[in-house]
Each structure stands twice: as structure tokens, then as C-alpha cells.
Design a protein around this ligand. Structure first.
Ligand code: PCA
Length: 232
């Protein structure tokens, strides 16, 4: 299949030629923990509205549920395969888009999920490896977001709640069932008005950041050899 350029390609209006179409599924989460909104859910319709050059983009809103989220994604991919799953979620307190590098085989929930489930010290996959690395070029992705003028960094912990559970589950499924499928996760700050003192970012800026990520992935930007480690 070839990339189709059209006038609606406003977000990524760069060259769009003979490259094969990259199939990307972007997921977001419903609000959780008593909040009324989730930036990842708010960003999805903005992305769908902006068609992306060279990318066949689909979006999927997921329940914030340990038991449901990964199965929904896997079901969607069985119906209609993708090359990349890029998942989004809220991590209140973070100042920019944080590109997760690692998912760990641990569910240790500080609060219950939207099904009332609160696992403590449970593996995501019994007897699975302790951790997986995300299979996206996380430093290149973070740099592409910053190049768009939006704060971003690499994160070395996706936490131990539903987002980590989803990333681990997807990386495990890819490793065991879909070699070649690449999976990554980006955590987002609060939306404006969601928190009085911690950093916020509006959904349009988030969507612009995601568009920058999609361009980076479409263009196959290699991982730069730059330091982006952290002490914590
Ligand atoms: N953030 C939570 C789960 C859903 C979401 O948006 C997390 O970081 O695990």
C-alpha cells in the first residue's frame, strides 16, 4: 500500500511519497481515580481529526482496567493489524510528555482501577520476564516532541498501575505472538484546571506532540546516542 496525500494532512504536512503506509494504533484511557477527564482521552479525537501523511492512524479509547485494557488492544489488532501501538495515559505531576522506556512485571496499585480492582504486588504475567524495554526509539521520540516546541523527556518508570500493566502486556504479547509489532507509551501531564499546583498541558498541545511522534516513527528516525538518563 502506498501513502496517500490529501489536503487534510495538516498536522504532518511533510513529504509523503513512496514510503509504505505505517499503520499506527494510538490508545488513550478513560478518566480514573475520581477525575472527570483524562488528557489521553481528550487528545484522541483531535488526532483523528488531523489526518496524518504516510500514516494509517486509528485510535482506541480504553477502560482504566487491569483486566480489560490489554485485551481490548489485542482484540483490535486481531481484527486489523498495526505496525505500532502508541499508548497514552495521564501521569499527574509530570511536566511534559514523558516517553516510557521500561515496563515492569508488577502491578501494585495505590488506588483501585475503574472496576474496583486493586492488585498489590502481583505480576502482570506470572513467570514473565522482570521487564521489557519499549520497542520505540524513545530518545528520538522525545527529541521530536521537543523539536515541535513541546516539553518532553525519557522516563524510566511507567509506574505500577494500569499504564505500566498495558505496556508490559503489549510488549509481552508482541514478544510471544507478534514479532515485529512495536509498542510504546507516553505519559501526559494534567489538563489545565485539573490540578492547582502541578504542571498542566492542554489537549491540543498533547495532540501536536503526538503528531511529532508519529512523524518521527514514520520517518524512521534512528535513536541518537545522547545521554538522557536520570538519577531517579
Ligand atoms: N494513567 C494511569 C492509568 C490510566 C491513565 O491514564 C497510569 O498511569 O497507570
Amino acid at each position: 500500500m502506498r501513502a496517500a496525500c490529501n489536503a487534510k494532512e495538516i498536522i504532518l504536512a511533510t513529504e509523503c511519497n513512496d514510503r509504505p503506509m505505517l499503520r499506527v494504533l494510538v490508545t488513550g484511557f478513560e478518566p480514573f481515580g475520581g477525575a472527570s477527564a483524562n488528557p489521553s482521552a481528550e487528545a484522541l479525537p483531535l488526532l483523528a481529526a488531523g489526518t496524518i501523511g504516510g500514516i494509517a492512524l486509528r485510535t482506541l479509547l480504553l477502560p482504566t482496567s487491569f483486566g480489560e485494557a490489554a485485551g481490548r488492544v489485542i482484540g483490535a489488532l486481531r481484527d486489523d493489524p498495526a505496525d505500532i501501538v502508541l499508548s497514552l495515559g495521564l501521569a499527574g505531576g509530570r511536566a511534559g510528555l514523558t516517553v516510557e522506556r521500561v515496563a515492569i512485571n508488577l502491578a501494585d496499585a495505590r488506588i483501585a482501577d475503574n472496576d474496583g480492582v486493586q492488585p498489590i504486588d502481583r505480576p502482570v504475567v506470572p513467570d514473565g520476564p522482570a521487564a521489557y524495554f519499549a520497542t520505540l526509539p524513545v530518545k528520538a521520540v522525545a527529541a521530536s516532541i521537543r523539536d515541535a516546541g513541546i516539553a518532553a523527556s525519557v522516563s524510566h518508570s511507567a509506574g505500577t498501575f494500569v499504564c505500566n500493566h498495558l505496556l508490559y502486556s503489549m510488549l509481552h504479547w508482541a514478544a510471544t505472538h507478534r514479532p515485529g509489532l512495536r509498542c510504546g507509551f507516553v505519559h501526559l501531564p494534567w489538563l489545565p484546571g485539573q490540578h492547582a499546583t502541578e504542571p498542566t498541558m492542554d489537549a491540543v498541545t498533547v495532540a501536536r506532540g503526538v503528531a511529532a511522534i508519529l512523524g518521527c516513527l514514520r520517518d524512521d528516525v534512528p535513536e541518537p546516542q545522547v545521554a538522557e538518563g536520570a538519577l531517579s
